[in-house]
Design a protein around this ligand. Structure first.
Ligand code: MRU
Length: 465
């Protein structure tokens, strides 16, 4: 794995936005208009543009003004000075046979990228939190498996399949709570198994093609699903008449966490692009500070007004009666609606209930795990003591301190007002509602990602030969 420390040049000469940036801006606004969410082809095209073009171009789509500057600066290296990153970033992009991840550990101070060439690289990146957020790690894992399949083309068939299976196992176990990871690995394994054993040469290429296509489909479907989710969420938000909509959120649920528009933050973006005045209160999200480091950064780049609060201030904030709704994501929704999400979500739900503020869990259907009956059955990841013992790398506790650091907690279903999914806004009783939503999601026709990247190993071979 190669670590590329690419501080992004953004302070180039002030230039008017190029025409293609205007085009990108229009496409961006269209994406968040209600009708565009219905048009899978449009959305898939946007996803490919976001994931497969350069980081400057992605920035142009998601934040046209900063993107224009970035592209101008990139075009004039002499004037480009490394500065702190700007622009809404997607979590990853593809470049041939490389998956390039934004290193979320160094945000918001520096925009570094990590290059992955194999599924093992991706598993390492997920374990180390280079990339995090349940939907994003599922998508990255899918591409990780496709990369390994591409590198295994020339192996003997049984070795090839064993290598791919082992990669799946290591990806699946990289983070235990987010069900999207296992879900994506299962889909990728099924794509491999669906290729019947052929002669040695053909088997490898056929498997790589099938797995690359499946990773593209997972990503394209996420774009459609998260777009629909945002649309449903927008329709169910309260609408105060004479003041901005005031929301409270926890952890990070934007493009960095979801690979696409975001779940809870996708709804915020949809509201802003629908012309709603919105103000978001952001929990800092101790101990890993996803709220302070990532959500605040994403909202700032998107120009959405926000106020950062200490997690422990949430009760005082809700007691003021000024918050219209709490929006959070999910790492796993059990069959009965109990939901595992970033630690601190459960107390927030209890406080929201106490103050009669609607509490929305926003998650795609692939975060629903009907094989897990309830919250007590969800495996909760425990993370390093240093996350609690230190703040910004500085030790804050005495040497003898012992630590319990669960990364997630479980919000009981009875504290959840609604679960917002691509299949609609689900309300209690959640068991049957989730069952129907899962069935409806499975009944959706698969997206044919027409313009998605073909297996790059195949492309390279065709160019060479
Ligand atoms: O430990 P993380 O940062 O990977 O946590 C996962 C999350 O991003 C959150 O729990 C989030 O709220 C749900 S996933 C969009």
């Amino acid at each position: 794995m190669v670590e590329g420390a690419q501080d992004e040049p953004v302070d180039g000469p002030e230039t008017a936005a190029p025409a293609d940036v205007d085009l990108a801006r229009r496409r961006f606004f269209r994406q968040f208009a209600a009708d565009a969410f219905q048009a899978a082809a449009t959305v898939v095209g946007a996803a490919n543009a976001i994931q497969q073009t350069s980081i400057q171009a992605a920035s142009a789509i998601l934040d046209p003004e900063a993107g224009a500057k970035a592209m101008a600066a990139a075009a004039s290296p002499a004037t480009a000075e490394p500065v702190a990153p700007t622009g809404f970033r997607t979590a990853f992009r593809l470049d041939g046979e490389r998956l390039i991840l934004v290193d979320q550990r160094s945000l918001p101070g520096r925009l570094n990228e990590i290059e992955c060439r194999t599924g093992a690289d991706v598993a390492w990146s997920i374990r180390e939190m280079v990339i995090r957020g349940a939907p994003a790690i599922g998508q990255a894992a899918a591409y990780g498996m496709a990369l390994t399949a591409g590198r295994a083309i020339a192996l003997q068939p049984t070795v090839r399949r064993a290598t791919i299976r082992a990669t799946g196992t290591s990806l699946r176990s990289a983070r235990p709570t987010a069900v999207n990871l296992g879900w994506a690995v299962d889909r990728m394994m099924a794509a491999m198994e669906a290729v019947g054993l052929r002669d040695e040469d053909e088997d490898g290429a056929a498997i790589a093609d099938a797995m690359w296509a499946e990773a593209n489909a997972i990503c394209a479907e996420a774009t459609r699903d998260h777009g629909l989710l945002a649309e449903h969420g927008l329709a169910s938000l309260p609408a105060p008449l004479d003041r901005p909509l005031r929301l409270l959120t926890h952890c990070n649920t934007g493009p960095l966490a979801c690979g696409q528009f975001g779940t809870a933050l996708g709804i915020v973006q949809a509201a802003v692009h629908a012309g709603r005045e919105v103000h978001v209160h952001v929990d800092e999200t101790r101990p890993y500070l996803q709220g302070a480091r990532l959500t605040a950064w994403e909202l700032e780049q998107a120009g959405v007004p926000y106020t950062l609060i200490a997690d422990s201030a949430a009760g005082a904030l809700l007691a003021t009666g000024t918050i219209d709704a709490v929006l959070v994501g999910a790492d796993r929704v059990a069959a009965n609606g109990d939901t595992a999400n970033k630690v601190g979500t459960y107390p927030l739900a209890a406080l929201a209930a106490r103050h009669r503020v609607p509490f929305f869990v926003c998650a795609p259907i692939n975060s629903v795990d009907r094989a897990t009956p309830d919250g007590a059955s969800i495996e909760i990841e425990e993370r390093s003591a240093s996350e609690v013992l230190e703040f910004g790398g500085v030790r804050v506790a005495p040497p003898g301190a012992t630590v319990w650091n669960p990364s997630f907690d479980v919000t009981p279903a009875d504290l959840i007002s609604a679960i917002v999914t691509e299949e609609g806004v689900l309300v209690a009783p959640f068991g049957p509602a989730l069952e129907r939503a899962v069935a409806a999601r499975h009944a959706r026709p698969p997206i044919v990602a027409g313009t998605a990247a073909p297996n790059p190993a195949r492309v390279a071979a065709a160019v060479a030969g």
